[in-house]
Design a protein. Structure first.
Length: 170
């Protein structure tokens, strides 16, 4: 089983992914961490400022390919992976579940209020909102399963994810 968590920045992919992976005793593959490692930079923010988004997306594709043959893990990609169908496809030849952590714009703003400086694509709020509105239909289109996260705790979201994974598939 491979689980790919989809959602806009601030939707909870990293924290929910970590809790799900820990509970199921399987690895969490945090794509942004691996991208930073490959880049030689200290953060995603540094990659964007030194090399630009195009370079970041090329690294993202390479990192997605690294996961293609892996199984039994939770993958937490960045929110922009949805804009790059080749990167989504590169995530694997192994069957996987794409689960959308569907979060409203208002909740994302609240969650990122202290963290916005670390997220280059959230610095311009109007552009970020436009990006959110453009991406949301893509997330919905590519998700096998959707969980609305606004009114749930991290633990409750993780419990729902685990219940969905354990559900027998036809």
């Amino acid at each position: 089983m491979k689980l790919v968590l989809l959602g806009f920045m601030g939707s909870g992919k990293s924290v929910v992914g970590a809790l799900v992976a820990q509970t199921l005793s399987i690895p969490l593959f945090e794509m942004d961490n691996r991208i930073v490692e490959k880049s030689g930079c200290s953060s995603v923010q540094e990659i964007f400022s030194r090399y630009g988004e195009t370079h970041f997306r090329a690294l993202e594709y390479e990192v997605a390919r690294e996961t293609s043959e892996l199984d039994n893990l939770v993958i937490s990609p960045g929110g922009g992976v949805i804009d790059y169908p080749d990167t989504l496809r590169a995530l694997g030849s192994t069957p996987y579940i794409t689960l959308l952590l569907d979060t409203s714009w208002e909740t994302i703003c609240t969650r990122l209020s202290d963290d916005a400086g670390k997220r280059p694509l959230f610095l311009d709020r109007e552009a970020a909102k436009a990006r959110y509105e453009r991406r949301r239909p893509l997330y919905l289109q590519h998700a096998s399963v959707t969980i609305a996260t606004d009114k749930l705790t991290i633990e409750a979201v993780a419990q729902q994810v685990i219940a969905l994974i354990k559900e027998p598939r036809v």
